[in-house]
Write a protein of this length. Structure first.
Length: 403
């Protein structure tokens, strides 16, 4: 009956974890999977989250179904965080938001809605990008293409090629954009470049779809939302898939949201109905526990400020590890090969190492990166950064382009 089933290649990130776990060398380092680890190498429980958990447990509510659109306070908190307090676009009713199963679920629900109404549109993602973006939109039935983003020779954004590509796209092409902390390069557009992209989107009648998984890890909570807020202020219709896995360290709760920014309140109501109906035909109801935690934190002024300070601390640690790593490499006379890392933001950056060099790091030094050479800075700490730098220096050559 199932003879036609085919095997699929293992996920390059999650499949690396079992290999790391089976490695019994005591000084092994995981710089592959995108989890935020603290200075002790542990997944943190944020004090703001711990306080919210105490508040929730004292209330002892029964665990009924949430509505298909999710927890109302959670959705309100998402809109305030994405667009700022008292945002006119939100106040005017032009924004619709639902709770989703993480950022991945938000991308998929959005993809399904768009496929129904723009069946002939093509989807464009950056080269390179988080590979699951391709799988999500392909599974929704879209033809998926790549627009240029990164120049591996200069190790910088190729903005001229990016703009040239977007100008040539057909109207109603769907363009997936990383709002901040680009995965995997760590290189983000400037304010001026985002403004140019916003104008281009309007002129060419494109559909921007933001993947926003790292708010606060780039330059700050408010700063990282610039592109989304700028388009909303200019009346540019767009979609936003955001996630709280990283900035709340709530990976297992699968807390995300999908938001439509529409030209009119009437269209926002229709977008809301589209999202809800899509959820009904998919998983029906989102989970409640994580939503209660996040709403409790974001809508309580004291806990909200505490959480912001915690995110600031995580961002500062990530940037500190960049600096320490490059300084250590410079002592080995290899700093020039990795100086581009100082220009990156968020959890990731591309080292310029090729797959063969990455395999050498795993086999000889027990240091685990994904084959693309992407490095996760949260896996670094004071105990391992010098050894990681020394190992990178030993395997590194001149940067090799991504195939």
């Amino acid at each position: 009956m199932f003879a036609s089933f085919q095997t699929y290649p293992a996920d390059p990130i999650f499949s690396l974890l079992p290999r790391f776990q089976k490695d019994h060398r005591p000084r092994k380092v995981n710089l592959g999977i995108g989890l935020y680890y603290d200075e002790q190498g542990e997944l943190p429980v944020l004090p703001s989250v711990r306080e919210a958990l105490t508040n929730i447990h004292t209330q002892s509510k029964p665990s009924s179904y949430l509505p298909m659109e999710g927890h109302s306070d959670y959705r309100r908190a998402v809109q305030q965080l994405l667009f700022g307090m008292n945002c006119p676009v939100v106040a005017s009713g032009k924004v619709s938001t639902i709770q989703t199963l993480g950022g991945t679920g938000a991308l998929r629900i959005g993809a399904d809605v768009l496929k129904r109404h723009f069946p002939e549109s093509q989807v464009w993602v950056s080269e390179p990008t988080w590979e699951n973006q391709l799988a999500i939109f392909k599974s929704a039935g879209f033809d998926v293409h790549r627009y240029p983003y990164y120049n591996p020779y200069s190790q910088s954004i190729d903005f001229e090629s990016l703009v040239s590509c977007l100008k040539g796209l057909a109207p109603r092409s769907i363009v997936v954009l990383h709002a901040c902390c680009h995965n995997p390069t760590g290189l983000d557009l400037s304010i001026q470049q985002w403004n140019e992209i916003s104008s281009l989107v309007v002129e060419n009648c494109l559909i921007p779809f933001f993947d926003f998984a790292y708010q606060g890890f780039g330059n700050g909570i408010e700063e990282d939302a610039y592109a989304i807020r700028a388009m909303a202020r200019c009346g540019v219709p767009c979609l936003v898939a955001n996630s709280f896995s990283k900035n709340f360290a709530l990976y297992g709760e699968r807390c995300g949201a999908l938001t439509f920014v529409c030209p009119t309140p009437e269209q926002a109501e229709l977008a809301y109905a589209e999202m809800v109906n899509t959820v009904r035909a998919n998983y029906s109801n989102p989970p409640s526990h994580g939503a209660y935690i996040i709403a409790n934190v974001l809508l309580d002024s004291t806990l909200h400020e505490l959480w912001r300070s915690e995110v600031d601390g995580m961002r500062i640690r990530l940037q500190s590890m960049r600096t320490v790593l490059v300084e250590a490499l410079a002592r080995d006379n290899h700093g020039h090969r990795f100086r581009h890392l100082l220009e990156t933001r968020g959890m990731f950056a591309l080292t310029g190492l090729n797959a063969r060099q990455v395999e050498t790091l795993r086999d000889e030094f027990a240091i685990y990166l994904v084959d693309s050479g992407r490095l996760c800075f949260s896996g670094l700490n004071a105990k391992n950064v010098e050894r990681v730098a020394s190992s990178l220096a030993r395997v590194s050559t001149e940067p090799t382009p991504i195939s």
